[in-house]
Design a protein around this ligand. Structure first.
Ligand code: C5P
Length: 223
């Protein structure tokens, strides 16, 4: 039996991609599998936390014992996150779509004489940034992810400051790494204290390690 290092703590995790509708049958998405986020939710649960997982349409099954809320779009994800605050720690592992179609059609868009439609995109709300800067409900520890294909650590440092979160877990998702959708991950933990390069490990192991660090950061107080 694992040590209950997060007993009495409330933890929220976002995971998976989001789907942004174009019309009732089409959507914009990305290659996130949900493996890393779901592994974090499972590890936090195994460590005794009360966990809420807000998941987009992921490829992996809901973790045992974790209250899992299923959402489709970024806006749905934002609403579900807000409804489940306050928490002690929030981990934003979801690959949220940056853009959505401004005026998704209520009916299937027909292929017709008009030619190909033009999709007008607008920015989605940034869930991580808005929770990290929340005036009343900011969790004590806010952890973001940064999936990059170049200058991984430099971009992650900038992202940590821009979004106002405490930590960024950065990883290289270049296709050659096989990380996106794969079982292994190689991450860098970026905090105010600096950068730690973690060895390549299974997503489950990265999750356990992150949970141990979260427990240490939250400390024994307030349980
Ligand atoms: O800016 P970028 O999307 O690369 O930042 C990644 C981090 O921000 C991840 O933790 C992701 O879950 C979070 N994010 C979010 N809402 C968005 C975009 C990103 O929570 N709309």
């Amino acid at each position: 039996p694992q040590q209950q290092i997060l007993k009495g703590r409330r933890v929220l995790v976002t995971s998976g991609p989001t789907h942004e509708p174009i019309d009732p049958v089409r959507f914009i998405a990305n290659r996130s599998s949900g493996k890393q986020g779901h592994a974090i939710a499972a590890a936090a649960r195994a460590a005794g936390a009360e966990v809420v997982l807000v998941s987009g349409p992921a490829e992996v099954a809901d973790p045992q014992g974790v209250r899992t809320l299923h959402v489709e779009s970024a806006r749905d994800m934002m609403a579900a996150v807000e409804e489940n605050l306050p928490v002690d720690c929030a981990i934003f592992a979801a690959a949220v779509a940056d853009w959505r179609v401004a005026d998704a059609s209520d009916q299937k868009i027909k292929k017709d004489a008009g030619g190909a439609p033009t999709l007008h995109l607008v920015e989605n709300p940034d869930i991580l940034a808005s929770i990290a800067r929340h005036h009343t409900l900011r969790p004590r520890l806010v952890v973001g992810f940064a999936a990059e294909t170049e200058q991984v650590v430099a971009h992650a440092k900038a992202k940590r400051e821009r979004k106002g979160c405490d930590w960024i877990v950065a990883n290289d998702v270049s296709p050659a790494t096989g990380i996106m959708g794969g079982d292994l991950n190689t991450v860098h933990l970026v905090s105010a204290a600096g950068v730690e390069d973690w060895p390549s490990a299974s997503k489950a192991e990265v999750a356990r390690r992150l949970v141990a660090r979260i427990a240490a950061a939250l400390g024994e107080a307030g349980r």
